[in-house]
Design a protein around this ligand. Structure first.
Ligand SMILES: Cc1ncc(C[n+]2csc(CCOP(=O)(O)OP(=O)(O)O)c2C)c(N)n1
Length: 309
């Protein structure tokens, strides 16, 4: 979780320096969810995420320097510098993006889950999205089909309370989004996302259900992003008091206290933090020193050849 936190802080700093192009959506405050998810999934499973994708990519094992290089638009990035922050991708680790169209990737997740079931593969798909996605057509189509065909997929709604600047109560007649699961013939679950152990235990149940042929689950995790929607959002739609209250439940503080309660001494945790600081600084240096995305790679991979071959 500290790897993600420090990565995001450095990403923000380098965005301000003009080193990261395009948009940048930070995961600060939601780290426990990605880490718990990575813990309960097997290497062969598939993962989809929105544009707020650095946390799960790192939790899944993408190296921080490769991820940072992608943000910097460098050839050494996971998408060779052509995806950027919103389009991290790592086929070897089953991380199938990084998607910017709200709700669109739920259909892709239903697709991989269908493939796994059809081919008789023991693979679960986990699909993350924000609460804003639950009002979009793609959500309905994917949930409906997944419920009907009992696909091995876990839909994880990271309800961080705001879709850009809009609070949930202005977009949804329901406060408890997990109720929606019923309409698609699947079980729903709902819980707080600041304690990594709790998230791990509850996500494990949904993953087990999918893996054992029990079909999909819709999970709503209550969370909070400590930064704005993206770097261009000063987040004036919420009060300082609200933010400070939420920070009382900072998932990193919670896990630190839990570890100390288990008898791990503070110096050990501080040493880990120092190690992570060094790794993150090295990731920034690597990204800085790498060559920019290459034109010939773009011509071969982004654009179709003129003759249509
Ligand atoms: C189909 C579509 N409509 C609108 C947008 C613009 N947009 C980008 S993020 C966002 C809010 C999404 O909020 P939520 O789903 O709650 O996710 P969060 O950013 O909070 O993680 C919107 C409306 C988009 N990317 N795609």
């Amino acid at each position: 979780m500290m790897v993600i936190r420090r990565f995001e802080e450095e990403a923000a700093r380098n965005y301000a320096k003009g080193k990261v192009g395009g948009f940048l959506h930070l995961y600060i405050g939601q780290e426990a969810i990605a880490v718990a998810a990575a813990e309960v999934l097997e290497d062969r499973d598939y993962i989809f995420q929105t544009y707020r994708d650095h946390g799960i990519a790192l939790a899944r094992g993408m190296a921080a320097d490769v991820a940072m290089a992608e943000l910097f638009g460098k050839d050494t990035g996971c998408s060779r510098g052509f995806g950027g922050s919103m389009h991290l991708f790592d086929v070897e680790r089953g991380f199938l993006g990084g998607w910017a169209i709200v709700g669109g990737h739920l259909a892709l997740a239903a697709g991989t889950a269908f493939k796994s079931k059809y081919a008789g593969e023991d693979r679960v798909t986990m699909c993350f999205f924000g609460e804003g996605s639950t009002n979009i057509g793609g959500f309905h189509e994917a949930m409906s089909l997944a419920g009907l065909w009992k696909l091995p997929v876990v839909f994880v709604c990271e309800n961080n309370q705001y879709a850009m600047g809009t609070p949930l109560e202005r977009t949804s007649p329901l406060k408890d989004l997990s109720i929606k699961a019923k309409g698609y013939g699947m079980p729903g679950d709902r819980f707080e996302g600041h304690d990594v152990a709790v998230v791990q235990e509850r996500l494990a149940k949904a993953v087990d259900r999918a893996r054992s042929g029990g079909g999909p689950t819709f999970v709503e995790i209550q969370t909070y992003r400590f930064r704005g929607h993206s770097m261009s959002d000063p987040a004036k739609y919420r009060s300082r008091t609200e933010l400070e209250q939420r920070k009382q439940q900072d998932p990193i503080v919670v896990v630190r206290e839990r570890l100390m309660g288990l008898g791990i001494d503070e110096n050990t945790l501080d040493d880990i933090d120092i190690e992570i600081d060094e790794e993150t600084d090295a990731a920034v240096r690597f990204a800085d020193e790498s060559a920019p995305a290459l034109e010939d790679v773009m011509m071969r991979t982004v654009l179709a050849p003129e003759d249509g071959a």
